[in-house]
Design a protein around this ligand. Structure first.
Ligand SMILES: NC(=O)c1ccc[n+]([C@@H]2O[C@H](COP(=O)([O-])OP(=O)(O)OC[C@H]3O[C@@H](n4cnc5c(N)ncnc54)[C@H](OP(=O)(O)O)[C@@H]3O)[C@@H](O)[C@H]2O)c1
Length: 400
């Protein structure tokens, strides 16, 4: 039996949505269902507060041969996830085959499950899968896998086993931000102990990893952040992670700032700048780079364009790059990906890379879909306001 969830039923008509859910549940009536799955879904791109819904659906059947069933333990809400839902991000998820109307991801009524990153536990292994077993921890290697869900059936090649010696937050956040920070610190400039790196958005999750990996390599960092009421405690927090200097964009705008930087670096060239925000703070930051430096942009949180003086290219031989971890993953072999994850696991185990400052948003099994939807929309609205300071991770319990 195929059950259609249309964009109307998902985003507009709650009674119809619930009727649809009951149809899906009854379509699995032959199984005795004590608990059910739930996913955060959308059928059309737009403002997450309008288009996202929590959707309960029946338990997964046993995995077909050469596949495994997994249960998600924690799934981060990253800025790019919002952009994907809005439809302004280049990576697009595939429709969820079993939730879409044809049962095979119909073009007319596709249902997308949100979320790219997450930690899952293997619950059931299909025939032919030999290297995984129940209780193994895995992360997703397929992008836009739909991790804001309680459970999913996956192909073994779309997941990677991670050691249970990590804590769950470390494991759930290892796919996106730590590799981004690691690669930006290694792929563009050969940096040696004592060299300087400057970055903006330094208190973001990526920025915090940059601080820690740089410190582990003996690099010194100048870390730019937005001013705020609790600036002293944030500065202390980043310093404890290993930041050499923490400065606000207001201080960066001050004419005397260049002189302060010269005193800090002893006149040594800063050869790597990392840009998370663009806009004016990035123009000012780039002016502080030395000869033959590289500016690597990986985010545009201010939503402002990046504008740089031509003189920096002519007289300082500045080189600008964009970095996208997804492109890195697409261009590397599975062996290279595994090696990077091993390196990051090693840094975590050595206590050199801590989990991001975070909060866990639990969607309890006893909550209805409407209540769950409101909670998720509220979390996303909170993040959109900025200065939240904590990565939010979804913990979705099976419904009952
Ligand atoms: N290219 C890649 O491969 C890649 C990989 C990972 C992440 N990213 C991107 O990197 C960025 C940061 O990701 P994240 O996970 O670190 O996010 P995050 O933890 O939410 O941090 C966001 C950072 O952006 C700052 N910010 C937010 N709105 C701003 C605004 N209007 N003006 C100036 N700064 C603003 C925040 O400062 P406040 O605390 O002051 O709000 C914070 O420093 C995102 O754009 C994300 O998509 C890219």
């Amino acid at each position: 039996m195929n059950v259609a969830f249309t964009s109307r039923t998902l985003s507009l008509s709650r009674p119809q949505l619930f009727r649809g859910i009951r149809k899906v549940q009854s379509s699995f009536a032959t199984c005795s269902v004590l608990s059910a799955n739930r996913a955060v879904v959308y059928t059309s791109n737009g403002d997450p507060s309008q288009v996202l819904s929590a959707l309960t659906f029946s338990n997964l059947p046993p995995p077909p041969p050469n596949t495994v069933n997994v249960r998600f333990l924690l799934s981060p809400i990253n800025p790019a996830d919002i952009n994907v839902i809005e439809g302004v991000y280049p990576a697009k998820p595939n429709p969820n085959a079993s939730l879409s109307s044809s049962g095979k991801g119909s073009q007319d009524e596709p249902v997308f499950v949100a979320g790219n990153e997450g930690l899952a536990e293997v619950t059931n292994v299909g025939d032919g899968v030999t290297h995984l077993q129940p209780n193994d921890w895995v992360i997703m290697t397929r992008q836009q896998a739909g991790t804001w869900s309680t459970g999913m059936n996956v192909k073994p090649q779309d997941i990677l086993k991670v050691p249970r010696s990590l804590n769950d937050v470390e494991a759930a956040t290892i796919t996106v931000n730590p590799p981004t920070a690691y690669n930006m610190l290694h792929d563009f400039v050969q940096l040696n102990e004592g060299d300087w790196v400057i970055q903006n958005g330094a208190n973001g999750a990526v920025g915090q990893v940059v601080i820690q990996i740089a410190a582990a390599k003996g690099l010194k960092t100048i870390n730019l952040i937005r001013n705020r009421n609790d600036i002293a405690s944030l500065t202390e927090y980043l310093s404890n992670l290993g930041a050499t200097h923490v400065v606000t964009y207001d201080e960066l705008s001050d004419k005397s700032f260049r002189q302060r930087v010269k005193e800090w670096t002893g006149g040594k060239n800063i050869r790597l700048g990392l840009n998370c925000v663009s806009g004016k703070p990035t123009t000012l930051m780039t002016r502080l780079l030395g000869q033959n430096a590289h500016l690597v942009s990986y985010g545009a949180m201010s939503k402002e364009p990046l504008s740089l003086p031509t003189s920096l290219f002519i007289f300082k031989n500045l080189t600008c790059h964009g970095f996208w971890q997804s492109r890195w993953y697409d261009s590397k072999s599975s062996g290279e990906r595994e090696k990077l994850v091993e390196t990051l696991v090693g840094l975590m185990r050595a206590g050199k890379l801590k989990e991001p400052s975070h909060e866990i948003l639990t969607i309890q099994g006893s909550e209805g879909d409407e209540e769950a939807s409101q909670k998720i929309r509220h979390a996303i609205a909170t993040l959109a306001k900025g200065q939240h300071g904590k990565k939010i991770l979804l913990k979705m319990e099976e419904t009952f």
